[in-house]
Design a protein around this ligand. Structure first.
Ligand code: CP3
Length: 347
């Protein structure tokens, strides 16, 4: 009888580019409105209030793990939680997204972004993570918002398509912009360190809207703050994932910020992404979430095309290219997890 070896968790192994028994799968926004059990548990109150209740937030985190059989859980929280917790004045409006009382405009507004003290400001996050690591048999992913995306919400005051106010601040008062993204990086580091110390085994930085920038502008206006985040948690030695939408032109720069894993959306085939980000230990993605609204035959064919587009089977975490859409049939996602596991199993 061969002596059984302790097999590393497939998700964590894939993040490190190590061999895996099958390709791990999880879905961005796997907790949320696509799940009937989420809708009934959440009710109609504010999402930020739900996040402040550890039992509720832990249960919502667990729902998709049970239902879909995914290989990782992601903490039920939101990227605006740290800025809300230091009193910046932000709510999440249903069907809209983050809305800010008084948008960020001048250097005086920097004072509204004091340092985060997790033990005082977000003790409920620490508690939720502690509950989850006891309950979960898969790793928990902690997260924070990336500098450009968070700055955009604070400057625009609400979701924006073109980020014009944000870019205007960036180009006209560059020192203030750089001070803003540095503050946001410090908030992210404090929150991520707390999540990791409480038991999160990997983290993802969601710089969802960074794709609005050219490589030169990303390098000058965002990369220093992004690097500050990745360096600020490097000593904790958990895999770090860096994600944005429409960031094909930025994959190499985003990897250089320090991530082990780079998130790729559906616009860039994985073999191409591999060439664009040779230093990343792993790629994560990249089925178009809109495909999951289609009949199963279409989902299956497109998911298998994603698998075929991989240059190698190691160093890949299957995911969507962006979050699960609220109208997705949960049954499709359950079948998708089964399909990816079956198609990639080496046992
Ligand atoms: O399952 C998970 O992925 C974990 C939870 C999670 C949420 N938000 C919960 C949530 C995560 C990782 C986020 C991150 C987040 N929040 C991002 C980055 C990811 C991305 O989608 O690009 C962004 C841009 C936000 C800001 C935000 N929060 C938006 C744009 C919205 C949608 C508003 C709406 O109603 O359409 C939210 C609200 C939100 N955050 C919901 C969930 C499950 C849905 C609304 C609700 O249930 O009240």
């Amino acid at each position: 009888m061969p002596i059984p070896t302790v097999v590393a968790n497939p998700f964590l192994a894939a993040c490190r580019g190590e061999p895996v028994p099958y390709t791990p799968v999880w879905f961005m926004r796997q907790a949320g409105r696509a799940l009937p059990e989420y809708r009934s548990l959440r009710g109609t109150g504010s999402i930020l209030d739900a996040i402040r209740r550890p039992d509720l937030a832990a249960e919502i985190t667990l729902q998709p793990v049970r239902r879909y059989g995914v290989d990782a859980a992601i903490l039920f929280s939101d990227i605006v939680v740290p800025v809300a917790a230091v009193g910046f004045g932000v709510e999440i409006r249903a069907g809209v997204g983050p809305v800010v009382d008084r948008p960020f405009e001048t250097s005086a507004d920097l004072q509204r972004l004091r340092p985060l003290e997790p033990a005082l400001d977000t003790p409920w996050i620490t508690e939720t993570v502690r509950i989850l690591v006891k309950e979960l048999r898969v790793p928990l992913i902690g997260f924070a918002g990336g500098p450009f995306t968070l700055a955009s919400y604070l400057v625009e005051g609400r979701p924006s398509r073109d980020h014009l106010k944000t870019k205007s601040l960036m180009y006209t008062d560059t020192p203030l912009w750089l001070a803003l993204v540095d503050r946001l990086a410090d908030l992210a580091v404090a929150s991520l360190r707390d999540q990791i110390e409480a038991g999160a085994q990997a983290v993802q930085i969601f710089d969802s809207w960074a794709g609005a920038l050219s490589p030169a502008d990303y390098q000058r206006y965002v990369l220093p703050a992004a690097t500050r985040i990745f360096e600020g948690i490097a000593d904790l030695e958990v895999p770090r994932i860096h994600f944005g939408v429409g960031t094909g032109q930025l994959l190499s720069l985003m990897t250089s910020a320090g991530a082990e894993v780079i998130g790729v959306d559906w616009r860039v085939p994985l073999d191409h992404a591999r060439q664009l980000a040779p230093k990343a230990r792993a790629l994560q993605g990249n089925l178009d979430p809109a495909v999951c609204l289609a009949p199963w035959e279409v989902v299956s064919a497109q998911a298998q095309a994603v698998l075929r587009s991989r240059p190698t089977t190691v160093g890949h975490i299957f995911n969507l290219g962006h979050g699960v859409l609220p109208t997705t049939d949960p049954g499709t996602l359950t079948r998708l997890v089964e399909l990816i596991h079956a198609e990639t199993s080496t046992r």
